[in-house]
Design a binder for this molecule. Structure first.
Ligand code: KG4
Ligand code: ZN
Length: 344
Protein backbone atom coordinates (compact mmCIF):
# COMPACT_ATOMS: atom_id res chain seq x y z
CA UNK A 1 0.00 0.00 0.00
CA UNK A 2 1.63 3.16 -1.16
CA UNK A 3 0.99 6.49 -2.78
CA UNK A 4 -0.65 9.69 -1.58
CA UNK A 5 -3.87 9.47 0.41
CA UNK A 6 -6.29 11.79 -1.41
CA UNK A 7 -9.96 12.69 -1.03
CA UNK A 8 -11.63 13.75 -4.29
CA UNK A 9 -14.88 15.66 -4.80
CA UNK A 10 -16.88 15.60 -8.04
CA UNK A 11 -19.93 17.80 -8.75
CA UNK A 12 -19.76 18.82 -12.42
CA UNK A 13 -23.17 17.53 -13.51
CA UNK A 14 -25.87 15.56 -11.67
CA UNK A 15 -23.69 13.25 -9.56
CA UNK A 16 -22.27 14.29 -6.19
CA UNK A 17 -19.24 12.08 -5.70
CA UNK A 18 -16.70 11.71 -2.93
CA UNK A 19 -13.87 9.22 -3.33
CA UNK A 20 -10.85 8.37 -1.22
CA UNK A 21 -7.78 6.61 -2.64
CA UNK A 22 -4.28 5.71 -1.54
CA UNK A 23 -2.27 5.89 -4.77
CA UNK A 24 -4.03 3.43 -7.06
CA UNK A 25 -5.94 1.75 -4.24
CA UNK A 26 -9.64 2.59 -3.91
CA UNK A 27 -10.75 3.05 -0.30
CA UNK A 28 -14.15 4.71 -0.74
CA UNK A 29 -16.38 5.85 -3.59
CA UNK A 30 -19.75 7.28 -2.60
CA UNK A 31 -22.09 8.79 -5.20
CA UNK A 32 -25.43 10.56 -4.73
CA UNK A 33 -27.29 11.14 -8.00
CA UNK A 34 -29.98 13.75 -8.63
CA UNK A 35 -30.93 12.04 -11.91
CA UNK A 36 -34.45 11.22 -10.67
CA UNK A 37 -35.17 14.92 -10.17
CA UNK A 38 -34.32 15.63 -13.84
CA UNK A 39 -36.30 12.80 -15.46
CA UNK A 40 -39.51 14.80 -15.93
CA UNK A 41 -37.55 17.59 -17.65
CA UNK A 42 -35.82 15.12 -20.01
CA UNK A 43 -32.39 16.50 -19.16
CA UNK A 44 -30.29 17.97 -16.35
CA UNK A 45 -31.70 21.25 -14.99
CA UNK A 46 -28.66 23.21 -13.74
CA UNK A 47 -30.45 24.95 -10.83
CA UNK A 48 -31.95 21.70 -9.61
CA UNK A 49 -28.55 19.97 -9.87
CA UNK A 50 -26.78 22.73 -7.88
CA UNK A 51 -29.31 22.56 -5.08
CA UNK A 52 -29.08 18.77 -4.97
CA UNK A 53 -25.26 18.98 -4.70
CA UNK A 54 -25.64 21.36 -1.78
CA UNK A 55 -27.92 18.92 0.02
CA UNK A 56 -25.89 15.80 -0.84
CA UNK A 57 -22.30 16.93 -0.36
CA UNK A 58 -21.94 16.59 3.43
CA UNK A 59 -23.84 13.28 3.76
CA UNK A 60 -21.82 11.84 0.85
CA UNK A 61 -18.58 13.04 2.44
CA UNK A 62 -19.54 11.42 5.74
CA UNK A 63 -20.38 8.14 4.06
CA UNK A 64 -17.05 8.13 2.21
CA UNK A 65 -15.16 8.88 5.44
CA UNK A 66 -16.95 5.99 7.20
CA UNK A 67 -16.12 3.64 4.32
CA UNK A 68 -12.44 4.55 4.34
CA UNK A 69 -12.34 4.14 8.11
CA UNK A 70 -13.94 0.70 7.86
CA UNK A 71 -11.91 -0.42 4.82
CA UNK A 72 -8.46 0.79 5.78
CA UNK A 73 -8.69 2.39 9.22
CA UNK A 74 -8.12 5.76 7.59
CA UNK A 75 -9.09 8.97 9.35
CA UNK A 76 -9.74 12.16 7.36
CA UNK A 77 -7.08 14.00 9.33
CA UNK A 78 -4.50 11.65 7.76
CA UNK A 79 -5.19 12.58 4.12
CA UNK A 80 -2.39 14.19 2.13
CA UNK A 81 -4.59 16.36 -0.10
CA UNK A 82 -8.07 17.26 -1.28
CA UNK A 83 -8.73 17.23 -5.03
CA UNK A 84 -11.80 18.62 -6.72
CA UNK A 85 -13.29 19.02 -10.19
CA UNK A 86 -12.74 22.61 -11.38
CA UNK A 87 -14.38 21.99 -14.78
CA UNK A 88 -15.66 21.45 -17.38
CA UNK A 89 -19.27 21.19 -16.28
CA UNK A 90 -22.26 23.17 -15.06
CA UNK A 91 -21.08 26.36 -13.36
CA UNK A 92 -23.47 26.32 -10.39
CA UNK A 93 -22.82 22.62 -9.82
CA UNK A 94 -19.02 23.00 -9.95
CA UNK A 95 -19.11 25.92 -7.51
CA UNK A 96 -20.76 23.78 -4.82
CA UNK A 97 -18.10 21.04 -4.96
CA UNK A 98 -15.28 23.55 -5.14
CA UNK A 99 -16.56 25.48 -2.14
CA UNK A 100 -16.91 22.23 -0.19
CA UNK A 101 -13.39 21.12 -1.14
CA UNK A 102 -11.89 24.47 -0.15
CA UNK A 103 -13.67 24.39 3.22
CA UNK A 104 -12.48 20.83 3.89
CA UNK A 105 -8.88 21.52 2.83
CA UNK A 106 -8.85 24.66 4.94
CA UNK A 107 -10.30 22.94 8.00
CA UNK A 108 -7.89 19.99 7.74
CA UNK A 109 -4.97 22.24 6.76
CA UNK A 110 -4.24 20.19 3.62
CA UNK A 111 -3.29 21.25 0.08
CA UNK A 112 -6.05 21.68 -2.49
CA UNK A 113 -5.77 20.45 -6.09
CA UNK A 114 -8.34 21.69 -8.62
CA UNK A 115 -8.35 19.20 -11.51
CA UNK A 116 -9.97 18.52 -14.89
CA UNK A 117 -13.06 16.30 -14.94
CA UNK A 118 -12.16 14.74 -18.30
CA UNK A 119 -8.67 13.80 -17.15
CA UNK A 120 -10.43 12.17 -14.19
CA UNK A 121 -12.37 9.91 -16.57
CA UNK A 122 -9.00 8.76 -17.94
CA UNK A 123 -7.21 8.48 -14.57
CA UNK A 124 -9.91 6.30 -12.99
CA UNK A 125 -8.61 3.34 -14.98
CA UNK A 126 -5.43 3.31 -12.84
CA UNK A 127 -7.55 2.03 -9.94
CA UNK A 128 -8.31 -1.16 -11.85
CA UNK A 129 -5.41 -1.69 -14.22
CA UNK A 130 -2.44 0.11 -12.68
CA UNK A 131 0.15 2.30 -14.45
CA UNK A 132 -0.60 3.21 -18.06
CA UNK A 133 1.94 2.36 -20.79
CA UNK A 134 2.85 5.36 -22.93
CA UNK A 135 1.61 6.64 -25.19
CA UNK A 136 -1.88 5.28 -24.61
CA UNK A 137 -5.02 6.25 -26.48
CA UNK A 138 -8.16 7.11 -24.52
CA UNK A 139 -11.66 7.14 -25.97
CA UNK A 140 -13.66 9.52 -23.79
CA UNK A 141 -17.40 9.26 -24.36
CA UNK A 142 -19.79 11.08 -22.06
CA UNK A 143 -22.91 13.23 -22.14
CA UNK A 144 -20.94 16.38 -22.82
CA UNK A 145 -17.79 15.13 -24.60
CA UNK A 146 -16.63 12.64 -27.20
CA UNK A 147 -12.90 12.68 -27.89
CA UNK A 148 -9.92 10.57 -28.77
CA UNK A 149 -6.96 11.48 -26.61
CA UNK A 150 -3.26 10.71 -26.69
CA UNK A 151 -2.18 10.18 -23.08
CA UNK A 152 1.52 10.63 -22.39
CA UNK A 153 0.97 11.31 -18.69
CA UNK A 154 -2.42 11.31 -16.98
CA UNK A 155 -1.44 14.17 -14.68
CA UNK A 156 0.44 16.41 -17.06
CA UNK A 157 0.12 15.50 -20.73
CA UNK A 158 -3.14 14.62 -22.46
CA UNK A 159 -3.60 15.79 -26.06
CA UNK A 160 -6.80 15.68 -28.07
CA UNK A 161 -6.36 13.98 -31.44
CA UNK A 162 -10.03 14.06 -32.41
CA UNK A 163 -13.46 15.05 -31.11
CA UNK A 164 -17.09 15.29 -32.05
CA UNK A 165 -17.88 18.15 -34.39
CA UNK A 166 -21.50 18.32 -33.15
CA UNK A 167 -23.31 16.17 -30.53
CA UNK A 168 -21.54 14.08 -27.90
CA UNK A 169 -22.24 10.34 -28.07
CA UNK A 170 -24.18 10.41 -24.77
CA UNK A 171 -26.19 13.37 -26.01
CA UNK A 172 -27.13 11.36 -29.14
CA UNK A 173 -28.29 8.49 -26.91
CA UNK A 174 -30.34 10.88 -24.78
CA UNK A 175 -31.96 12.56 -27.83
CA UNK A 176 -32.75 9.31 -29.64
CA UNK A 177 -34.26 7.87 -26.43
CA UNK A 178 -36.55 10.89 -26.23
CA UNK A 179 -37.73 10.53 -29.81
CA UNK A 180 -38.42 6.83 -29.23
CA UNK A 181 -40.52 7.78 -26.19
CA UNK A 182 -38.00 6.22 -23.79
CA UNK A 183 -36.99 7.84 -20.51
CA UNK A 184 -33.98 9.90 -19.43
CA UNK A 185 -31.03 9.29 -19.24
CA UNK A 186 -31.25 7.64 -22.63
CA UNK A 187 -27.91 5.78 -22.65
CA UNK A 188 -28.67 3.01 -20.17
CA UNK A 189 -32.30 2.86 -21.36
CA UNK A 190 -31.31 2.31 -25.02
CA UNK A 191 -28.61 -0.13 -23.92
CA UNK A 192 -31.36 -2.25 -22.33
CA UNK A 193 -33.93 -1.66 -25.11
CA UNK A 194 -31.50 -2.65 -27.90
CA UNK A 195 -32.53 -6.31 -27.96
CA UNK A 196 -33.46 -6.26 -31.68
CA UNK A 197 -31.44 -6.72 -34.86
CA UNK A 198 -28.48 -4.30 -35.08
CA UNK A 199 -28.51 -4.75 -38.87
CA UNK A 200 -32.26 -4.11 -39.23
CA UNK A 201 -31.78 -0.49 -40.33
CA UNK A 202 -28.65 0.84 -42.03
CA UNK A 203 -28.20 4.12 -40.16
CA UNK A 204 -25.34 6.41 -41.32
CA UNK A 205 -21.82 6.19 -39.85
CA UNK A 206 -20.75 9.82 -39.37
CA UNK A 207 -17.44 11.06 -40.86
CA UNK A 208 -16.37 7.71 -42.27
CA UNK A 209 -16.50 8.51 -46.00
CA UNK A 210 -13.19 8.82 -47.80
CA UNK A 211 -13.59 12.58 -48.29
CA UNK A 212 -14.40 13.07 -44.57
CA UNK A 213 -11.45 10.99 -43.45
CA UNK A 214 -8.95 13.38 -45.00
CA UNK A 215 -9.86 16.16 -42.57
CA UNK A 216 -11.73 14.28 -39.87
CA UNK A 217 -9.98 10.94 -39.51
CA UNK A 218 -10.32 10.92 -35.70
CA UNK A 219 -13.38 13.16 -35.39
CA UNK A 220 -16.98 12.11 -34.82
CA UNK A 221 -20.41 13.38 -35.85
CA UNK A 222 -23.67 12.14 -34.38
CA UNK A 223 -26.22 14.79 -35.31
CA UNK A 224 -26.82 13.31 -38.79
CA UNK A 225 -27.43 9.92 -37.19
CA UNK A 226 -29.95 11.39 -34.77
CA UNK A 227 -31.76 13.10 -37.70
CA UNK A 228 -31.73 9.84 -39.67
CA UNK A 229 -33.38 8.03 -36.75
CA UNK A 230 -35.98 10.82 -36.43
CA UNK A 231 -36.79 10.64 -40.18
CA UNK A 232 -37.06 6.86 -40.13
CA UNK A 233 -39.46 6.96 -37.17
CA UNK A 234 -41.55 9.76 -38.76
CA UNK A 235 -41.89 7.89 -42.05
CA UNK A 236 -42.92 4.77 -40.24
CA UNK A 237 -45.55 6.62 -38.22
CA UNK A 238 -46.80 8.50 -41.34
CA UNK A 239 -47.34 5.11 -43.00
CA UNK A 240 -49.40 4.04 -39.98
CA UNK A 241 -46.87 1.36 -38.99
CA UNK A 242 -45.59 0.47 -35.51
CA UNK A 243 -42.08 1.59 -34.59
CA UNK A 244 -40.01 -1.52 -33.75
CA UNK A 245 -38.19 0.07 -30.81
CA UNK A 246 -35.87 -2.89 -30.17
CA UNK A 247 -34.63 -2.86 -33.79
CA UNK A 248 -34.32 0.94 -33.99
CA UNK A 249 -32.43 1.05 -30.67
CA UNK A 250 -30.10 -1.80 -31.69
CA UNK A 251 -29.42 -0.30 -35.14
CA UNK A 252 -28.79 3.17 -33.72
CA UNK A 253 -26.50 1.74 -31.05
CA UNK A 254 -24.59 -0.27 -33.66
CA UNK A 255 -24.00 2.87 -35.75
CA UNK A 256 -22.60 4.74 -32.71
CA UNK A 257 -20.43 1.89 -31.43
CA UNK A 258 -19.17 0.89 -34.88
CA UNK A 259 -17.71 4.36 -35.52
CA UNK A 260 -16.40 4.89 -31.98
CA UNK A 261 -14.57 1.58 -31.93
CA UNK A 262 -13.23 1.73 -35.51
CA UNK A 263 -11.73 5.21 -35.01
CA UNK A 264 -10.33 4.35 -31.58
CA UNK A 265 -8.47 1.32 -32.96
CA UNK A 266 -7.28 3.36 -35.95
CA UNK A 267 -5.91 6.02 -33.55
CA UNK A 268 -3.97 3.35 -31.62
CA UNK A 269 -2.38 2.13 -34.86
CA UNK A 270 -1.53 5.65 -36.01
CA UNK A 271 -0.02 6.69 -32.66
CA UNK A 272 1.77 3.40 -32.07
CA UNK A 273 -0.18 2.69 -28.90
CA UNK A 274 -0.58 -0.85 -27.61
CA UNK A 275 -3.19 0.22 -25.03
CA UNK A 276 -6.67 1.64 -25.50
CA UNK A 277 -8.50 3.01 -22.49
CA UNK A 278 -12.18 3.94 -22.40
CA UNK A 279 -13.92 6.35 -20.05
CA UNK A 280 -17.04 8.48 -19.55
CA UNK A 281 -20.67 7.44 -19.11
CA UNK A 282 -21.06 5.88 -22.58
CA UNK A 283 -18.06 3.62 -21.82
CA UNK A 284 -20.54 1.76 -19.59
CA UNK A 285 -22.42 0.71 -22.75
CA UNK A 286 -22.55 -3.06 -23.17
CA UNK A 287 -22.32 -3.09 -26.98
CA UNK A 288 -19.44 -0.60 -27.07
CA UNK A 289 -17.53 -2.70 -24.54
CA UNK A 290 -18.14 -5.92 -26.49
CA UNK A 291 -17.35 -4.50 -29.93
CA UNK A 292 -14.17 -2.82 -28.67
CA UNK A 293 -13.05 -6.01 -26.99
CA UNK A 294 -13.51 -7.91 -30.27
CA UNK A 295 -11.74 -5.35 -32.44
CA UNK A 296 -8.94 -4.65 -29.95
CA UNK A 297 -8.16 -8.34 -29.74
CA UNK A 298 -8.02 -8.63 -33.54
CA UNK A 299 -5.65 -5.65 -33.64
CA UNK A 300 -3.44 -6.92 -30.80
CA UNK A 301 -4.31 -3.95 -28.59
CA UNK A 302 -4.87 -4.25 -24.85
CA UNK A 303 -8.27 -2.81 -23.94
CA UNK A 304 -8.59 -1.15 -20.53
CA UNK A 305 -12.25 -0.97 -19.53
CA UNK A 306 -12.98 0.33 -16.04
CA UNK A 307 -16.09 -1.30 -14.55
CA UNK A 308 -19.29 0.55 -15.51
CA UNK A 309 -19.69 2.18 -12.07
CA UNK A 310 -16.31 3.87 -12.50
CA UNK A 311 -17.12 5.05 -16.07
CA UNK A 312 -19.99 7.32 -15.01
CA UNK A 313 -19.22 10.40 -12.90
CA UNK A 314 -17.80 9.66 -9.44
CA UNK A 315 -15.43 11.02 -6.78
CA UNK A 316 -12.83 8.23 -7.05
CA UNK A 317 -11.79 9.44 -10.52
CA UNK A 318 -11.04 12.88 -9.10
CA UNK A 319 -9.25 11.40 -6.07
CA UNK A 320 -6.96 9.17 -8.17
CA UNK A 321 -6.19 12.01 -10.56
CA UNK A 322 -5.36 14.13 -7.48
CA UNK A 323 -3.05 11.35 -6.25
CA UNK A 324 -1.22 11.36 -9.61
CA UNK A 325 -0.84 15.14 -9.48
CA UNK A 326 0.53 14.97 -5.92
CA UNK A 327 2.85 12.15 -6.98
CA UNK A 328 4.30 14.32 -9.79
CA UNK A 329 5.10 17.03 -7.21
CA UNK A 330 2.94 19.66 -8.92
CA UNK A 331 2.10 22.80 -6.97
CA UNK A 332 -1.26 22.89 -5.17
CA UNK A 333 -4.00 25.24 -6.34
CA UNK A 334 -4.58 28.57 -4.65
CA UNK A 335 -7.66 28.85 -2.42
CA UNK A 336 -8.78 31.56 -4.87
CA UNK A 337 -9.06 29.03 -7.71
CA UNK A 338 -12.35 29.46 -9.60
CA UNK A 339 -14.58 26.93 -11.31
CA UNK A 340 -14.22 26.95 -15.10
CA UNK A 341 -17.26 25.52 -16.86
CA UNK A 342 -15.43 25.34 -20.21
CA UNK A 343 -12.04 24.04 -19.06
CA UNK A 344 -10.46 22.44 -22.17
O1 KG4 B 1 -19.66 10.78 -17.86
P1 KG4 B 1 -21.10 10.94 -17.50
O2 KG4 B 1 -21.62 10.19 -16.30
O3 KG4 B 1 -21.46 12.46 -17.30
C1 KG4 B 1 -20.90 13.45 -18.14
O4 KG4 B 1 -19.76 13.91 -17.80
O5 KG4 B 1 -21.55 13.74 -19.17
O6 KG4 B 1 -21.94 10.52 -18.82
C2 KG4 B 1 -23.34 10.63 -18.87
C3 KG4 B 1 -23.80 10.13 -20.23
C4 KG4 B 1 -25.29 10.29 -20.47
O7 KG4 B 1 -25.51 10.86 -21.75
C5 KG4 B 1 -25.81 8.86 -20.41
O8 KG4 B 1 -26.96 8.66 -21.25
C6 KG4 B 1 -24.62 8.08 -20.92
O9 KG4 B 1 -23.51 8.73 -20.35
N1 KG4 B 1 -24.64 6.68 -20.48
C7 KG4 B 1 -24.71 5.64 -21.36
C8 KG4 B 1 -24.78 4.46 -20.58
N2 KG4 B 1 -24.73 4.81 -19.25
C9 KG4 B 1 -24.62 6.18 -19.23
N3 KG4 B 1 -24.74 5.63 -22.70
C10 KG4 B 1 -24.84 4.42 -23.31
N4 KG4 B 1 -24.94 3.26 -22.64
C11 KG4 B 1 -24.90 3.20 -21.29
N5 KG4 B 1 -24.99 2.04 -20.65
ZN1 ZN C 1 -18.25 12.87 -16.85
Amino acid sequence: MSGPLVLGIESSCDETGVGIVRGHELLANEVASSVDLHVRFGGVVPEVASRAHLEALLPTLHRAAERAAAAADVDLTEIDAVSVTAGPGLMGALVVGLAGAKALAWALDKPLYAVNHLAGHVAVDLLEHGPLPQPAVALLVSGGHTSLLRVDDVATSITEVGATIDDAAGEAYDKVARLLGLSYPGGPVIDRAATGDPAAIAFPRGLTLRRDLERHRFDFSFSGLKTAVARWVEQREAAGLDVPVADVAASFQEAVCDVLSAKAIDACRELGSTDLLIGGGVAANSRLRALLAERAEQAGIALRRPRPGLCTDNGAMIAVLGAEVVDRGLAPSSFDVAANSSLP
